[in-house]
Design a binder for this molecule. Structure first.
Ligand code: FE
Length: 240
């Protein structure tokens, strides 16, 4: 694929979103961004929520940098849970939670917009590609959770594996970021069809200039479920 990763490597905005830390991770917050105990929504719920929990030190929110939307965002993504449109690949369920940074409570009815490339590295609707595959919008439920059915993304030159995400509240974009995958998981997935028919990817997480600006804090927690994967992440946002 002849993509334009340079465009995506351009200006990274300084506006920040938040990932929530809780429970045992709270003790690591004073140490800065070393904490890796990112919690998904269900774990966060178990840890307790709301200002009292924050005051008690049970939960906290940690800033993570915004990341560029890149050149392939489209305005008219469809509202739908399953975005695969028949594209081949390893099944991936995304469970994304949106939290209010000021209260650490879940935000309902946030519009979460995701888009990513197919197993061959192509995005729909750009560069002569037809269709609207691997793009979609879902709204969070009362627990701040939204779920997508998709496939594990492929790769394109110059970028590590990623999924783009935007979160909007009442029509205002409050977060633009990218979701990442542990390299060892990607290695395992890429040994399978259809990914294995391509050459080795050019760029792993540590070598990706966008990932380096906070990617470790927007890396999905991945759990294997049969031949598929479930990826979870909690994203904190400001209501604006
Ligand atoms: Fe991209």
């Amino acid at each position: 694929m002849d993509k334009s990763p340079i465009t995506e490597n351009e200006a990274v905005s300084r506006r920040s979103a938040l990932l929530r830390l809780g429970g045992l991770a709270a003790g690591a917050i004073g140490a800065g961004f070393g904490a890796r105990e990112l919690l998904d929504g269900s774990t966060a719920e178990a840890a307790g929520t709301g200002p009292a929990a924050v005051a008690a030190g049970l939960v906290s929110c940690v800033l993570t940098p915004e990341q560029t939307e890149g050149p392939y965002f489209l305005e008219d993504d469809k509202v739908r849970r399953n975005i695969t449109e028949g594209k081949p690949g390893v099944a991936l369920t995304l469970r994304l939670t949106v939290l209010d940074v000021s209260t650490c409570k879940p935000i309902r009815n946030a519009a979460v917009d995701i888009w990513h490339c197919d197993a061959s590295g192509a995005y729909s609707g750009v560069q002569g590609n037809s269709g609207s595959f691997l793009r979609g919008i879902q709204r969070t439920n009362a627990k701040g959770v939204t779920v997508f059915q998709t496939i594990y993304p492929g790769w394109y030159p110059g970028r590590t594996v990623h999924i783009h995400v935007k979160v909007a509240l009442g029509g205002n974009v409050v977060h633009t970021g990218q979701l990442y995958f542990a390299d060892r998981v990607t290695d395992a997935v890429y040994r399978r069809a259809p990914y294995r028919s391509r050459p080795s990817r050019t760029t792993r997480n540590a070598a990706d200039s966008i990932y380096r600006n906070g990617g470790s804090r927007s890396t999905l927690k991945l759990v294997k479920a049969g031949t598929a994967y479930v990826g979870s992440l909690a994203m904190g946002v400001q209501r604006g």
